[in-house]
Design a protein around this ligand. Structure first.
Ligand code: FAD
Length: 444
């Protein structure tokens, strides 16, 4: 590390002596897994995690589920217990956001002062919840969910029960919070843009399953609805005004309208940032399949990155736990000079009321594809497959277990399947690989 500033600015847990320095910006799951892999792959130089949050890296999925419900305790979220980092010789600077990056000098500025030199740098800065562009978003009683602290605050607001909770956004997090809020005995309204929740993510046909699930559990779904404003005063939020001027009264409002990748450091340093459509929303720091930016010593991973996917042949931005879990290690191997072409099939899961599901596949290919259901949709026990030219591009198992690996194989091998046999519960899924005639392996 080069010291360009007064020694008292240097965090005490950063060792001053060493040559090869790998710095990871962001103490989330991707950053923690990358640091862990650097060590397990035998890297003996210094590994420094620079973390904006004051706690060691933790996982976020329970923040809208088990932790928000009060079932999981805070320690169970930690990727590793705090002392583990020292045992691995991983230095971790907590509560200190990196504020500037100089590619020319290979330095990272922490907060307002300390400057760290790096030999290799990994940007694992995650994402931040989107806000409405208006002051009422800061009213007492308006919540955004991303950190453990924000989940603790929201839990305190939901726990008493009997309150009017309005959730803006009918995506994964909005629906998970709705289920948790109902579990505490609140009145819950979810407001969404599309005809059904999750329509943009999984299409209207499968999104309808989630609509029914929530309605069956007493959630008031206001779909095809736009929010005009969050309203309230000095005593806090009082409601949500819709586009047609209707006021939906609220004691608590949860804004769950998606997240934006944290690209500020990279952008200010001049690194390319990807947008799927010109002038559209940012989809992450542009990296190749080995997580390399255009700067040879700077990498990006996790929610912050848009990674070239060799199978799709396009950039892919994935905001899911499994991506942070698996791509973090892959990025670390790439930093160590190993050949990496990350081609994992995106995977995620959700738990809402009595529905648990796993999804594997490429949402961009699944959009507009033919959906085949295998199992009982009404009982919410099925596997849904999205087919393009009779090849599976995505699959979702709902309250059906031990099939995810097979679903991934169907996607990965790109076998041509017979939709009727795929839907037929009497035909084992494995047979779709084996049967000659009904399936044909594609080798291109
Ligand atoms: C409430 C919630 C529920 C979720 N549920 C699911 C689920 O059920 N299934 C699923 O697959 N995925 C789920 N996810 C998504 C999953 O948690 C994320 O994909 C994952 O956390 C991404 O990990 P990451 O390390 O890339 O980013 P993050 O976890 O966001 O970590 C990035 C870290 O970098 C820090 N940082 C940012 N800028 C700086 C800076 N300049 N300097 C230093 N540090 C910085 C941030 O403070 C943060 O701590 C959920 C997410 C949330 C918020």
């Amino acid at each position: 590390m080069t010291e360009d500033h007064a020694p008292q600015d240097t965090p005490r847990n950063v060792d001053q002596s060493s040559d090869q320095i790998f710095v990871i910006v962001g103490g989330g799951l991707a950053g923690a897994r990358a640091a862990e892999t650097l060590r397990s792959e035998g890297f003996t130089g210094r590994v420094i995690i620079v973390a904006a949050e004051k706690t060691v890296p933790y996982i976020r999925p329970p923040l809208s589920k088990g932790y928000l419900q009060g079932h999981d305790d805070r320690d169970s979220l930690d990727v590793h217990p705090a002392p583990w980092y020292a045992t691995q010789g991983i230095e971790i600077v907590l509560g200190m956001p990196a504020s500037a990056l100089s590619l020319a000098h290979k330095t990272l500025t922490l907060g307002e002062g300390t400057v760290l030199h790096y030999d290799k740098l990994l940007l694992a800065t995650g994402a931040a919840p989107r806000h409405f562009d208006e002051p009422s978003t800061h009213l007492t009683g308006v919540h955004h969910l991303r950190s453990a602290d924000s989940s603790t605050l929201l839990r305190a607001a939901l726990r008493p029960g009997g309150r009017r909770i309005v959730i803006i956004g009918s995506g994964w997090i909005g629906l998970e919070v709705a289920a948790t809020a109902r579990g505490y005995g609140n009145t819950v309204t979810v407001i969404g843009h599309g005809a059904v929740p999750l329509g943009h993510a999984i299409g209207d046909e499968v999104g309808a399953v989630f609509a029914e699930l929530h309605r069956d559990n007493g959630v008031n779904l206001l779909m095809n609805t736009t929010v005009h404003a969050i309203v309230g005063g000095e005593h806090g939020v009082t409601g949500v005004r819709l586009g047609d001027e209707t006021l939906v009264p609220a004691d608590v409002v949860v804004v769950a309208i998606g997240a934006a990748p944290n690209v500020q450091l990279a952008r200010a340093a001049g690194l390319p940032i990807h947008r799927e459509i010109p002038h559209g929303p940012i989809s992450g720091i542009t990296v190749d399949a080995g997580f390399r930016t255009t700067d040879a010593d700077v990498y990006a991973v996790g929610d912050a990155a848009s990674v070239f996917h060799p199978v799709l042949g396009t950039q892919l931005h994935v905001e899911h736990w499994a991506n942070a879990e698996n791509a973090g290690p892959a990025a670390a191997r790439s930093m160590l000079g190993q050949a990496v072409a990350y081609d994992a099939i995106p995977y995620f899961y959700t738990d809402q009321f009595d529905l648990s599901m796993e999804y594997s596949g490429y949402p961009s290919l699944a959009a507009g594809a033919t959906v085949v259901f295998r199992g009982n949709r009404t009982a919410r026990e099925f596997v849904a497959f999205w087919l393009r030219e009779n090849r599976v591009v995505a699959g979702m198992n709902v309250n059906v277990w031990d099939v995810n690996e097979t679903v991934q194989q169907l996607i990965g091998t790109r076998v041509v399947v017979d939709p009727a046999r795929l839907a037929d519960l009497s035909v084992p899924l494995e047979e779709l690989f084996e049967a000659r005639g009904a399936t044909q392996r594609v080798t291109d």
